[in-house]
Structure formats: C-alpha cells, structure tokens
Design a protein around this ligand. Structure first.
Ligand code: IPE
Ligand code: IPE
Ligand code: MG
Ligand code: MG
Ligand code: MG
Length: 332
C-alpha cells in the first residue's frame, strides 16, 4: 500500500474515535466550537506516530491496539487545543482550509473550546484501559509536555517583540518545546505501551524529538513558500506577525544592511501588502536563508534516521521512516 493511502486510512480511524469521544453536549455554543476543528480532519501525524512506534516495538499483532489508539487520540486532542489557542495568538483566519474557531465562534468560545479539549484529553487517558502504572507515567509525560508547549508558545510570541537579539539556539529551544515535544511523547508513549525496554523507549523518543524539530522548520518554510490552497492556512502569516524563524534570524546575520532594513520594515507589519511580502521572501532567498533552513531541517532529519536505524527491521519501522520523510517533505 502506498504510504499516503496508509496515512489517509489511519487518519480516518482516529477521526472516528474523536467523533465518538467529542459528542455534542450542553451548552451547544461551547461544544459546537469544541467539535469544529477536530472534525475538520487534519493529518493526525501525532497519533499515527504513537501507533507506529507501538507496533514497531512488539511482534504481537494488534497488541495494545485499543490502548494506543486512545493514547494517540489524547495527543490529537491536545494538539487541537494548542491550535485553537495558537490561532488566537497568531491572529490567523484560516486553518485546515476553513475559518479558525475564534473567527467562527468568537474569542470566548475559542478560549473555552481549547480548555475543554485539554481537559477532555486527560479524562480520556484516565478512562483508558491502559495499566494503571502506564497511565501514571503517561499522565506525567503528557502534563510535562503540555507545560513545555505553552512555554514554547510564550517564547514564540515574546520573540516577536525582540527586534534582533534572538539566536538560532533560542529558536531551536522554542520549537523543541512548542512542536517537537508532542512528537517525542507520541513516539515514547507508543513504545512504552508496547512494553519496550528503557533503551528502546529513549531511542524512539529521540527519533520523535528530532523529527519534530525538522517538521517545524518545514512548517516555517511552508508559511512563506507554500500554496495557501494546499496548506489550508494563510501564507505569509509568520512575516506579518514578526515571527523570528530560522530564516529570519539567518538573514539578520547574513543579508546586506539595506536588505536587513527592508526585511525589518515588513516583519511585524500586519497590513503588509503582498508585494512587500514577496520582497521580504526575496531578501531571505538572496541571503541564502531559505537554503540554510532546508539544510538544518535535513540535518535533523538525518539524525532522526540514525536513531530509527537502531530498531530491528519490520513493516512498522519502514512506516515510521516513511512518516518521518513525509513530515519533512510535505506540501501541506
Ligand atoms: C500544525 O500542525 C502546527 C505545527 C506544529 C506546525 P499540523 O501540520 O500537524 O496540523 P494538522 O493537524 O495536520 O492540521
Ligand atoms: C505551531 O506553530 C505550534 C503550536 C501550535 C503549538 P505555528 O504557529 O507555526 O503553527 P501554524 O503554522 O499556525 O499551524
Ligand atoms: Mg500559528
Ligand atoms: Mg504560532
Ligand atoms: Mg506555522
């Protein structure tokens, strides 16, 4: 089966569990907003990573299937919670090709919907049929991860206000928290549920973390180079918001002074015209910043691959490696 078909089918299995778990309730004004984004689909990459990591660490067919599906769904709920709040912070109008939750239902419902998804995720985990000792570890990991995500998200918005002091290392710490932690915990939790050894759990967690870093660098590239119709979110949003992406940090250090000045004029200008955005992208390109970001993503990709190579060969290991390649070469 071609990998993208596998991805689509597996995503649909998670769609069904989410639909079942996120039932309509009172007040409808809240639960409509809660269900809206999860029901719009999405790639379901984090649950699929958890599932594949579990299957790659056990020979028993369908071992722990129900449990790893529940765990994966927990991660997808947390991911959706962070997206709802992220779109409020980033002031974005579109996600998954449709109006964002706060645009459709208002700011208050957006905040509450995110909170409800966050709470629901822990309830689902606690009610799963996982062994109590595994639930205890996962609750701790998921809570630690959630704190890390909001720390990273706060750094991301704080960096917007910093005109030029942000370093590549600052950026890497920020994306490790806001994005890579979820993939790290997905890979780790899947292996834990499969009963993998401590070393195996730590190797696959590192695989998830490194893949997650490469994934966010690619997301930042798509934000300036992607096709809006395919990615389903606004192109140029990061420049308009003044995000300090790897490309921007690199250009500050490498572009000629006039170009740096031009870039700074457009960065953070919410009303920047398309023409100005194109100019800013041209500056990034000319300074070699786009090529640089691709190179760094490739470096993390290779490191991730080296951790995966420690796993014994199997169908699911191959799928994990295809998932990683998809995550760093995706167009959406
Ligand atoms: C978007 O994640 C947020 C980032 C961390 C870049 P995805 O690209 O996985 O979004 P969906 O879930 O498929 O919509
Ligand atoms: C994603 O960062 C991080 C989280 C949602 C936690 P972005 O702000 O780049 O994500 P998109 O591009 O809006 O999906
Ligand atoms: Mg955003
Ligand atoms: Mg953001
Ligand atoms: Mg983005």
């Amino acid at each position: 089966m071609e990998f993208e078909v596998f991805l689509k089918n597996k995503a649909q299995e998670f769609d069904a569990i989410l639909a079942e778990r996120l039932k309509m309730k009172e007040p409808e004004t809240l639960y409509e907003a809660v269900r809206y984004l999860p029901m719009l689909g999405g790639k379901r990459l984090r649950p699929i990573m958890a599932y594949l990591s579990c299957r790659a660490h056990t020979n028993a067919p369908n071992a722990q299937a129900k449990e790893v599906y529940a765990f994966g769904t927990v991660l997808e709920m947390i991911h959706n919670f962070t997206l709802v709040h992220d779109d409020i912070m980033d002031n974005d109008e579109k996600r998954r090709g449709k109006p964002t939750v706060h645009r459709k239902y208002g700011l208050e419902a957006g905040i509450n919907a995110g909170d409800a998804l966050f709470a629901e995720s822990f309830q689902f985990l606690a009610e799963s049929s996982l062994k109590p000792e595994i639930i205890k570890i996962l609750v701790r990991d998921v809570a630690f991860m959630s704190k890390g995500i909001v720390e990273g998200q706060q750094m991301d918005v704080d960096f917007e206000k910093e005109p030029s002091k942000i370093t590549i290392d600052d950026y890497l710490v920020m994306i490790e928290k806001k994005t890579a932690l979820l993939f790290q915990v997905a890979a780790k939790g899947g292996a834990l549920i499969a009963g993998a050894s401590e070393q195996e759990v730590s190797d696959v967690a590192e695989f998830g973390r490194l893949t997650g870093i490469a994934f966010q660098i690619c997301d930042d590239l798509l934000d300036i180079m992607g096709d809006e119709k395919i990615i389903g979110k606004p192109v140029g949003s990061d420049i308009r918001k003044g995000k300090k992406t790897l490309m921007v940090i690199h250009a500050f250090q490498n572009a000629v002074p006039e170009d740096v000045a031009a870039l700074k004029r457009t960065l953070g200008n919410q009303d920047a015209r398309d023409e100005e955005l194109r100019e800013a992208v041209a500056v990034l390109d000319l300074a070699g910043s786009i090529a640089f970001a691709r190179e760094i993503a490739g470096k993390y990709n290779r490191q991730a691959r080296s951790y995966l190579s420690k796993l014994p060969d199997s169908k699911h290991k191959l799928r994990l490696s295809q998932l990683m390649e998809f995550m760093v070469s995706r167009k959406k």
